[in-house]
Design a protein around this ligand. Structure first.
Ligand SMILES: Nc1ncnc2c1ncn2[C@@H]1O[C@H](COP(=O)(O)OP(=O)(O)O)[C@@H](O)[C@H]1O
Ligand SMILES: [Mg+2]
Length: 242
């Protein structure tokens, strides 16, 4: 495989409570321009892996490299400055602020870049320009997800971490969310996306990791995993018939 390695998580052991490890020897690599999926059962540690990359979980051993630099244990504000953007699953917009103000928050460390980044973000999400003065709190779930992704993209990230961008959306809005994620990636952004909707995730990602009890139990291209009978039996279940 070609392309510079953007994120490399190596043998992570991490958790919230003393003596309880949620990630157990978990590794992941994302190369420049890749769309990486993370799937696996509820409670497998998918969100914890993203939070560990974003400095929100204690890492007990292993390390994380960003463009070759060790970022293990750095806090979120430092990571944002280094080009790591994170969209958590919930509470990912400021509801009382307008769309434009939400996007301004995305570049608060470097406000001079607003116009240039706003142009990029609204080229992918045109609605965010036309509705820039609307409060985020008045938007639908799908629209909020666009605002959250847009805000994260304002920093021109090296990598965009997305936690379940399709969660809680109607099927039509889910399709749209996956389409937008793909567009963001096609525009050149390296994406690491956690998804509950494993089948749809595998359909759009370049490679995926299947997490099981905090360990990267399987990896392969989206297509390989979609067509692997063992994978279907273990993790895709009825979704495989959709
Ligand atoms: N803030 C927290 N404090 C303690 N335990 C947590 C916390 N967040 C998640 N966990 C535990 O970590 C495990 C993995 O959770 P999570 O990473 O959210 O899984 P997933 O995203 O794959 O569904 C679960 O057992 C969950 O209860
Ligand atoms: Mg989760």
């Amino acid at each position: 495989m070609s392309g510079n390695v953007v994120v490399e998580a190596k043998n992570l052991v991490a958790g919230y409570l003393p003596g309880v490890n949620i990630l157990n020897d978990c590794s992941l690599t994302a190369r420049e321009g890749e769309l990486i999926g993370i799937i696996g059962p509820n409670g497998a540690g998918k969100s914890t892996l993203l939070k560990a990359i974003f400095g929100q979980v204690n890492i007990r051993s292993g390390n994380i490299l960003l463009n070759g630099e060790d970022i293990t244990g750095l806090k979120a504000n430092k990571l944002v400055g280094k080009g790591v953007a994170f969209v958590p699953q919930t509470n990912n917009v400021f509801p009382s602020l307008t769309i434009q103000e939400n996007l301004e928050m995305g570049v608060f460390q470097n406000p001079k870049r607003f116009e240039e980044r706003f142009a990029f973000v609204t080229s992918i999400f045109p609605d965010l320009a036309t509705r820039r003065n609307q409060r985020a709190g008045s938007l639908s779930g799908g629209e909020r997800q666009m605002v959250a992704m847009g805000r994260a993209l304002m920093v021109d990230p090296s990598v965009l971490l997305l936690d379940e961008p399709s969660a809680g959306l109607s099927p039509v809005r889910q399709d749209e969310a996956f389409l937008r994620v793909k567009e963001v990636n096609t525009a050149g952004v390296t994406v690491i996306m956690v998804e509950q909707n494993a089948r749809r995730c595998l359909q759009i990602c370049d490679r995926a990791y299947v997490l099981d009890q905090g360990h990267d139990a399987h990896t392969g291209t989206g297509r390989e995993l979609l067509n692997d009978p063992k994978m279907i039996e273990l993790y895709l279940g009825n979704l495989a018939e959709m």
